[in-house]
Design a protein around this ligand. Structure first.
Ligand code: ZN
Length: 308
């Protein structure tokens, strides 16, 4: 690090490191076809309880040789930088930003009102800087707290800040129509219409799994769409077992294969997964299913490389 200026280190890693990591991984995976959809395990890492949960999660990823993207809140990382570095410093994993402190970059009916432009700048820039300082790797993407039903479309202030900060992708489209769940199988797109042709949106899919389990203790909410776009993926009530969660995941995986989508990535939270299923049985079932079916396991960084 000392002999190479920081900016050049990051750029060099950006253009060669990620691709090399993806290639190294694909050699150890089963034979994959370039047209197979990518499967991306991704985690919104955002509270003190996430550290213990991530230890279990990382073990399950190693057992299945399964890549992942960890979106992490800057403050959460700042609280335990050494522990997180030790856990995530593995070619299987991409580390991206989940903002500096999880404040809202746009209005969200469940999570609150948007913050000022100055505060948005802190969320976007500081979140990236902390990831890069701790991991000494480029932070390519940002997933905002909670996400939005139209991503960052028409949010030119936020898009401008993301571009200025050097992000290559955002993952902000995390809700279905009219802030319903589940989030549909939206495909990647660029923000060219808003004047940012080089900035990609890589949406998340399915349920925010914490809400399936009432893990936020919000009680009943108006959260599904009528008429529903995916009635088969809406259970009758809160789920109670890891197998039930896997069965819902499988609906999204099978639809991804049938409709030949580019990728699938469910919206997961370490603290919530651990509270519901401390042995991570759902991950075991899910990763076994992914390995048995025609998916290419990947990270969001790999997806970005494939598109760009
Ligand atoms: Zn979050």
């Amino acid at each position: 690090m000392n002999s190479m200026p920081r900016r050049r280190f990051l750029q060099t890693t950006l253009t060669s490191g990620v691709t090399a990591a993806a290639l190294a991984r694909s050699s150890s995976a089963r034979q994959t076809n370039p047209s197979d959809p990518l499967y991306i395990a991704a985690y919104d890492t955002e509270s003190p309880a996430c550290l213990g949960a991530c230890k279990q999660i990382v073990e399950m990823h190693k057992r299945h040789d399964m890549p992942a993207t960890f979106f992490i809140v800057g403050k959460t990382l700042q609280a335990n930088p050494k522990e997180y570095r030790k856990l995530f410093d593995n070619p299987l994993f991409e580390i991206a930003s989940h903002t500096y402190s999880h404040r809202m970059l746009r209005d969200n009916p469940f999570c609150g009102s948007e913050i000022s432009l100055e505060d948005k700048k802190i969320e976007i820039f500081e979140g990236k800087k902390i990831v890069e300082d701790v991991f000494e790797r480029p932070c390519m993407g940002i997933r905002p707290g909670c996400g939005f039903d139209n991503g960052f479309r028409k949010a030119k202030d936020v898009l401008g800040l993301c571009e200025e900060a050097g992000y290559l992708y955002t993952s902000s489209l995390l809700w279905g129509p009219d802030y319903s769940l589940p989030t549909l199988l939206n495909e990647p797109f660029t923000y060219a219409e808003d004047g940012f042709p080089n900035l990609w949106e890589l949406p998340g899919h399915g349920w925010h799994e914490n809400l399936l389990k009432n893990n936020n203790k919000m009680g009943p909410k108006r959260i599904t769409l009528w008429p529903p776009a995916m009635p088969e993926a809406i259970p009758d009530g809160y789920i109670t077992t890891p197998k039930e969660e896997f069965d819902i995941n499988k609906i999204f995986f099978d639809k991804t294969l049938n409709e030949q989508k580019t990728y699938i990535s469910l919206i997961w939270h370490p603290w919530s997964l651990h509270r519901f299923d401390p042995d991570m049985k759902m991950l075991d079932l899910t990763f076994s299913y992914i390995r048995k079916n025609k998916f290419t396991p990947a990270t969001y960084a790999d997806l970005y490389q494939k598109l760009a």
